[in-house]
Design a protein around this ligand. Structure first.
Ligand SMILES: Cc1cc2nc3c(=O)[nH]c(=O)nc-3n(C[C@H](O)[C@H](O)[C@H](O)COP(=O)(O)O)c2cc1C
Length: 168
């Protein structure tokens, strides 16, 4: 296997196939997020990487909580919409045809149409280069009994896909 030396970090990062894509609710707004990861199991912590120029950034900073809503393939259209429009100028719940559902342990609403809702309270903020990682402790959540992980949306570099084949 011949390998080329690549110093362009953007090209190196393009080598990842995809990352999970979620709808994060913050106050009355929704933002599509791909930079999400489990950053600790004990305590249970999720990290989301948000650019400071996003409208959502100030909302999360102020409320100190957010909800991670996992969309499935039938929600691709609103997922793209919430990642293209700003809540500063429109009501994304209304315009994307999504429904607010009361959360269990946080004031922030959940997205009713998403089969998974994970409620988080911010416990840490980590500034890394061009974005801030909000670390949220999972305090409650819901999973629909017919949720299929195979239907969750993956994204990277302009390509939306479903999770791949199981190897083992
Ligand atoms: C698939 C997808 C993934 C995205 N992931 C992120 C992300 O991880 N972090 C981020 O700050 N913005 C991300 N964005 C961009 C925001 O969703 C987008 O700028 C959005 O319009 C911001 O909304 P707001 O102005 O209401 O905060 C993503 C967009 C798309 C389409």
């Amino acid at each position: 296997m011949a390998k080329e030396i690549i110093q362009d970090s953007s090209k190196l990062m393009s080598s990842f196939a995809s990352f999970p894509t979620v709808l994060v609710t913050c106050q009355e707004n929704i933002i599509t997020v791909t930079l999400i990861h489990i950053v600790s199991f004990l305590p249970p912590l999720l990290g989301i990487g948000i650019k400071p120029e996003r409208y959502s950034y100030g909302l999360i900073k102020e409320a100190k909580e957010f909800v991670v809503n996992i969309p499935t393939k039938d929600l691709l259209k609103p997922t793209i919409f919430c990642g293209a429009k700003s809540g500063k100028v429109l009501d994304k719940f209304k315009e994307a045809g999504l429904t607010k559902q009361d959360s269990l342990s946080v004031k922030t609403k959940s997205v009713k149409e998403c089969p998974v809702n994970i409620e988080c309270k911010v416990v840490q903020e980590l500034v890394t280069g061009d974005r801030t990682w909000f670390v949220g402790e999972i305090v409650n959540g819901r999973i629909a009994d017919d949720y299929k992980i195979e239907d969750s949306i993956q994204y990277w570099r302009g390509v939306y896909r479903l999770p791949g084949n199981i190897l083992k």
